[in-house]
Design a protein around this ligand. Structure first.
Ligand code: NIG
Ligand code: FE
Length: 404
């Protein structure tokens, strides 16, 4: 028997909104006293409760006042790591820059060393703790990058851990290979990229450990001229491409457009040139407010990107270095008030626009045939969600129609 869940004080479906461009709250479809019928994990119908014949369903009656939205989607995280970097953070508060710490062999290199020392069992448990915290916070799908392994054997270990975690949680994890995060010592950058192209990517593909490849494009990570042939080779093998682009200097977003990447993430340094190019392309820009907060630097120019006609997803970048908070709702709320984004733009950035950045057309909206990944906030109006600045989390979470 299909399930019927409701009534919800408000249901924000996010249907009929475009993938690209600015959105106003007037464009939102809000259904009052709504119910959702679900069959085999998918949404069958959405309408006011009174329009259903409740005898036809297993009714799950909602007694409190709740606002229902699609489950949140975090399209950029590095949640598989060992150790912590509180010393880096203290140094940054004292005025050292992220780039100085990296150039001195700390930063990402420090997490690579600590991750390598950790047992696979411990890494799996720590990853699952983070994943399940996000799920409780309403994030039902999350991307997880490698990047603290670097060398093929360590990267494969991390990918296997992420895939194992996917089996042990009801949230859905989307693994991404970020072996090209920084160049390990003892290698020339070009040789390292060739090594991972030849010895890692075919194994990742063959074992179906990931279908996405990422790279950190920055002069002290990988410059554009070396990144390009690596990404073209990865694309040829069949991977979707995503890029850490324009975080400190530009170049990465233009490369993302040239090679047809699915997303370009960070963009804190993007100028009007990059903004117009992104707006004309199909690349999804992803803002990572958690990294701006963790580094004490400017936010991604989200308002200008949307006004130029670009899409915009919002993700946590949860990692031990630049973005240790890992709270999508808090970060989106802060981005909203600083960048002047509407509730519709924030919700879109964490749902169907984020799904598009991950190539997942089956989720991100409350629409017929979509996965019944849904979250309910203990508030009476959708505007209360961001007004509470992320402090009020969803009180009920469903994945494929199953309450968590
Ligand atoms: O997205 N900028 C590159 N990579 C990560 C940070 C990783 C780290 O500092 O450990 C980021 O900010
Ligand atoms: Fe990142």
């Amino acid at each position: 028997m299909p399930q019927l869940i409701g009534p919800f004080k408000q249901l924000v479906s996010l249907t009929e909104l475009p993938i690209k461009g600015a959105l106003s709250d007037e464009q939102l479809t809000i259904i009052e006293n709504a119910a959702v019928s679900i069959h085999q994990g998918k949404i069958e119908k959405i309408a006011p409760l009174k329009s259903f014949n409740t005898a036809d369903f297993e009714l799950i009656e909602i007694e409190e006042e709740l606002v229902l939205t699609p489950g949140l989607i975090d399209a950029h995280t590095h949640m598989a790591w060992g150790g912590n970097r509180s010393r880096d953070y203290a140094m940054r508060m004292a005025g050292k820059t992220y780039q100085e710490i990296l150039a001195a062999g700390g930063g990402i290199f420090d997490s690579v060393a600590k991750t390598q020392q950790e047992s696979s069992e411990q890494l799996l448990q720590d990853l699952l703790t983070r994943v399940n915290r996000q799920l409780t916070d309403g994030v039902t799908t999350m991307e997880v990058k490698t990047g603290y392994g670097l060398l093929p054997e360590q990267e494969i270990r991390l990918l296997e851990i992420i895939n194992q975690a996917n089996l042990e949680t009801t949230a859905e994890l989307v693994p991404t290979c970020l072996a090209a995060h920084v160049c390990p010592s003892g290698f020339e950058k070009k040789d390292f990229l060739e090594l991972i192209e030849k010895e890692l990517l075919p194994v990742v593909k063959g074992k179906e450990l990931a279908h996405r490849v990422d790279i950190f494009v920055e002069d002290n990570a990988f410059p554009v001229d070396l990144a390009k042939p690596y990404l073209l080779a990865a694309k040829n093998i069949g991977f979707d491409i995503t890029i850490h682009a324009d975080q400190f200097t530009t170049g990465g977003s233009e490369l993302a457009i040239q090679i047809g990447a699915i997303s370009a993430d960070h963009l804190e340094a993007s100028s009007s040139t990059e903004i117009s190019m992104l707006a004309e392309s199909e690349v999804v820009p992803i803002a990572l407010p958690g990294a701006s907060l963790g580094l004490g630097m400017q936010f991604t120019p989200a308002r200008r990107l949307l006004d130029a006609g670009a899409s915009l997803a919002i993700a946590t970048d949860w990692n031990p270095g630049s973005a240790p908070m890992g709270d999508l709702l808090v970060q989106a709320s802060l981005l909203g008030i600083y960048e002047k984004l509407s509730s519709a733009e924030l919700l879109a950035g964490m749902t169907f626009r984020a799904a598009n950045a991950l190539g997942l057309p089956d989720r991100g909206r409350l629409a017929i045939g979509e996965r019944a990944d849904m979250i309910a906030f203990p508030v009476t109006d959708y505007r209360d969600i961001f007004y509470n600045q992320g402090k009020v989390k969803p009180s009920r979470v469903w994945v494929k129609g199953q309450e968590q």
